[in-house]
Design a protein around this ligand. Structure first.
Ligand SMILES: [Zn+2]
Ligand SMILES: [Zn+2]
Length: 480
């Protein structure tokens, strides 16, 4: 092929090639593309190391008028800001001096100890060998994050041991994800890496879950043109719930399963042909749900099961639950406290599996208050029973005061209590407990062994039941 052929000349040449040759040209071009990508990564990495914060204004990027190396890379390559930042991150890793000894191991300086290889070496190797793209590299590297550090209370020796074993676990996880990289989208790889990290580090998983929950927000404002805008930050469970609602409603648009039932098929076809954009459909769906929620009879809303989100928790053969579970859809990790909270509200199905995940036995649904029992709870509790909370029953979840395994809990109205979602979450994540002896008042036990708080029934209800003859003992007004 003539080397100086422009696009037009090239077109002429390629158009005259036989089938095999055209394919060969594309294969070669793809290889050159990969090679060019590597050159870009390395150059970006070198630019980044020469533009360190310490280098100040004499840094390579800074001396060319850019605040950061990514800004310089963005200007040259014409990509987005996020893409340029990624190229700089991956490039910096790629050119880092080979095996990086772990900081803790170096500090320890034990004679005879060999320097340990960085946990992400398998990732870097795959990037060098061009077996994963830089986007996949970045998704895995950032999804796995850094291995956790041992607590201060441990001895130096124990800390080194902890660092070594967690680094090894992270290295193996990186290797597995690299093996999967060619079959997965970058988004799915990122999610898989985050889930694997949470499974390997349950304590960190709980902390990260709560940190994301803390960031939850719904904000509305009117912009300068009078357009009503909103921004939403979802916590993990909220996102899983919305996913399930949206997926169910918009599935035909998203290439979901085809419908056999002619009526369902008509609806699905109508949705595919609907002139609205996906964003508009999501918006209309959201508003419909809000309206339905406001119009619904509280008893009806209260009696229904929560839509859609199913959680998976592994129980080992000894019967102990693993401290991190995940959503059935999307495999998002969730800490055990969040799982327990959902078990209270929606019950469980036991599935026995072998080590490859093959189901051997699917048991019955257990531990779910029936809708009649829920109505009973609503009548007795009249809303969230947490001290000082006034949220109505329709906003509440049913908490089982006995743990199913630990206490052989019964699905019994006397052992259930209504809590709003926030207080239910607070209880499970914050180490609170509610107990009750017989039909006496419930007791709320704060964490750290502080004295329990008596949860007396709502005064209005106590008075309302007082006319029952003879009054049942639990609702008899007390002198206090
Ligand atoms: Zn609960
Ligand atoms: Zn509450």
């Amino acid at each position: 092929m003539p080397e100086d052929a422009g696009v037009e000349g090239l077109q002429d040449v390629v158009a005259r090639l036989g089938g095999d040759d055209v394919v060969a040209v594309l294969e070669e071009a793809a290889q050159i593309g990969l090679w060019a990508q590597q050159v870009q990564l390395v150059a970006s990495g070198v630019i980044a190391t020469r533009s360190s914060r310490e280098a100040g204004h004499s840094g390579l990027a800074q001396s060319r008028g850019h605040r950061t190396p990514a800004a310089l890379v963005q200007e040259i390559t014409g990509t987005t800001k996020g893409e340029a930042a990624r190229v700089v991150r991956v490039g910096t890793d790629l050119i880092a001096p080979a095996p990086v000894p772990d900081a803790a191991a170096t500090a320890n300086d034990t004679p005879g100890a060999t320097p340990d290889v960085a946990w992400w070496e398998p990732l870097r190797g795959a990037l060098h060998a061009n077996t994963i793209s830089s986007a996949a590299y970045d998704a895995i590297r950032r999804g796995l994050g850094e291995p956790p550090e041992a607590g201060e209370e441990l001895s130096d020796e124990a800390r080194t041991g902890f660092a070594e074993s967690s680094r090894e676990a992270w290295r193996q996880a990186a290797e597995q994800l690299v093996g999967e990289a060619s079959e997965r989208t970058v988004e799915e790889l990122a999610q898989a890496a985050r889930t694997v990290r949470d499974l390997l580090d349950p304590e960190g998983a709980e902390a990260r879950f709560l940190a994301r929950f803390e960031k939850r927000s719904f904000r509305r404002w009117k912009d300068a043109d009078g357009l009503n805008r909103a921004s939403l930050i979802l916590d993990d469970e909220g996102a899983a719930f919305l996913d399930s609602v949206e997926n169910a409603a918009l599935r035909p648009r998203r290439g979901g399963p085809r419908f056999v039932d002619p009526e369902e098929k008509r609806d699905a076809d109508a949705l595919v042909e609907d002139a609205r954009t996906n964003d508009q459909l999501s918006y209309d769906l959201f508003m419909d749900i809000l309206r339905a929620g406001v119009l619904a009879d509280p008893a009806a809303v209260y009696g229904t099961r929560q839509a859609g989100v199913r959680l998976v928790q592994v129980i080992d053969p000894m019967g102990s639950p693993f401290p991190v579970g995940h959503t059935e859809d999307g495999l998002t990790a969730l800490p055990a406290a969040a799982i327990d909270q959902n078990i209270c509200n929606t019950g469980t199905v036991d599935v026995t599996i072998d080590a490859c995940g093959n189901p051997l036995d699917v048991g019955r649904e257990q531990r779910l208050f029936t809708s009649r029992q829920r109505i009973g709870l609503a009548i007795r509790d009249g809303g969230c029973r947490w001290k000082g909370c006034d949220l109505p029953a329709s906003y509440c979840e049913a908490h089982h005061i006995d743990e199913w395994d630990r206490d052989g809990g019964r699905t019994d109205i006397d052992r259930g209590i209504l809590l709003c979602r926030f207080h239910h979450m607070n209880l499970h994540h914050g180490g609170w407990r509610i107990t009750r002896s017989g039909k006496n008042d419930f007791e709320l036990h704060p964490p750290g062994g502080k004295p329990p708080i008596l949860l007396s029934p709502r005064a209005a209800l106590t008075v309302a039941w007082a006319g029952i003859d003879p009054p049942p003992p639990r609702f008899r007004p007390t002198a206090a």
